[in-house]
Design a protein around this ligand. Structure first.
Ligand code: CDP
Length: 208
């Protein structure tokens, strides 16, 4: 049995930063499942492929495409992510990563939307990271500007709400906290405080 931590939540809630830090701190492997959906969405768009085909043909190189972290990448991801056959196609890889993480890791941290509910319902710890949509849009806006991309706050907020709505209302694996997830609201927490709160949750959940 590997040790699995599931981190889920809406866009720009701080899942990635938190998951990466937890993985480093606990010597666990890390999988950013959103990046896989982004890669499928952008591959389908770029190569004019049916999204299911794009998921079937996905290569490690596709995960290195430079445009994946853009808002266009996020929108493309959320569109293909609502297609049941795309999700089914990607499920096995994610589960295998969790159950057989790359050596020497004895477990894995996965972040996404449905890790605690669908991909790894048996995860040892589930954290649902959230924040107000304004706080999340503010963070994403700053992130885009820091990367040298042009960004307008109002537009980021609108696109984020649109994506959250699509992610939450889809019929397969919608964005909802697992019943046994601990909700971590980071609206008023910086990355350090969120990390400490998550570590507390992990020790509480794994004690006895
Ligand atoms: O970084 P951010 O939270 O903005 O997005 P992401 O985690 O990279 O995910 C991009 C999109 O992929 C999401 O809006 C979801 O539609 C989709 N996704 C999903 O459906 N299931 C996952 N496990 C991960 C991402």
């Amino acid at each position: 049995m590997t040790f699995i931590i599931a981190i889920d939540g809406p866009a720009a809630a701080g899942k990635g930063t938190l998951a990466r830090r937890l993985a480093t701190h606990l010597n666990l492997a890390y999988l950013d499942t959103g990046l896989i959906y982004r890669a499928v969405g952008m591959k389908a768009k770029r190569e004019g492929l049916d999204p299911v085909k794009a998921a079937q043909m996905l290569t490690p190189d596709d995960l290195k495409a430079p445009d994946l972290r853009t808002e266009e990448g996020g929108q493309a991801a959320s569109k293909v992510a609502s297609i049941p056959d795309v999700r089914a196609q990607l499920l096995e890889f994610q589960r295998k990563f969790a159950s057989h993480p790359p050596s020497p890791a004895k477990g894995a941290v996965l972040d996404g939307r449905d890790i605690g509910t669908v991909v790894c319902p048996e995860a040892n710890v589930k954290i649902f990271v959230t924040a107000s949509s304004e706080a999340r849009a503010e963070r994403r806006h700053k992130e885009l500007l820091e990367r040298g991309e042009s960004s307008i706050y109002a537009r980021v907020l609108e696109e984020m709400r649109e994506r959250d709505e699509r992610d939450s209302s889809r019929s397969v694996a919608p964005l909802v906290p697992a019943p046994d997830a601990v909700v971590l609201d980071t609206t008023k927490l910086d990355a350090d405080a969120a990390f400490r709160a998550a570590l507390d949750t992990i020790s509480e959940r794994t004690r006895g």
